[in-house]
Design a protein around this ligand. Sequence first.
Ligand SMILES: *Cc1c(COP(=O)(O)O)cnc(C)c1O
Length: 223
Amino acid sequence: MYDVKKSLHAVLDTLPSGVRLVAISKFHPAEYIEAAYAEGQRIFGESHEQELRVKHEQLPKDIEWHFIGHLQTNKVKYIAPYVSMIEAVDSLKLLQEINRQAERCRRVIRVLLELHIAEEATKYGLTLDACRELLEGGEWRSMSHVQICGLMMMASFVDDQEQIRREMQTAADFFDEVKMKYFVNDDAFCERSWGMSDDYRIACETRSTMVRIGTAIFGPRIY
Ligand SMILES: *Cc1c(COP(=O)(O)O)cnc(C)c1O
């Protein structure tokens, strides 16, 4: 087994205070999650509904599960009863469905709006303009079963550290813009989720509050 304990502490030791770790456990077995759990880690991220469902049933109930992948609207109902945060909301339609399913479960589900800033055409997420439009539309204000807690993004998958930094800085500046405009009196809107195994150090320098790290803790994924 991969030395999860050692790698987890190596990552935790480098995180500034104020940056929380979401341990990305997708494709890794429950034993790996248990090893991190034994060290006190409680927030885990998964990107597939079925895999998350199995792990949620198997593992301790005080784990906070973040859904980090692209979520189809027809899958929301399966995770709505227990998910702690849905990180990658990229459409009004998805937000509406989360609100509807959360209401059925008599819950408020915390969400992040996913930004598309990276240059890759394949990445999901809202362009800055689409995000402005969603917020300006105002429908979210009447959704009493979702709480928009901040923004999430993935930087381009490139070696150019300056490009990664620029993209994360763009997200940080955009956070300030929407915070001022729509959430100035809303303390819950405070999360900036960026940074993965290869770029979380840059994320910590560009005001991330939440890094999503898989490989650096659990080793390579076996697909
Ligand atoms: C898989 C994944 C991560 C973690 O990636 P690593 O490079 O293994 O740290 C972070 N965020 C999202 C959205 C992911 O899908």
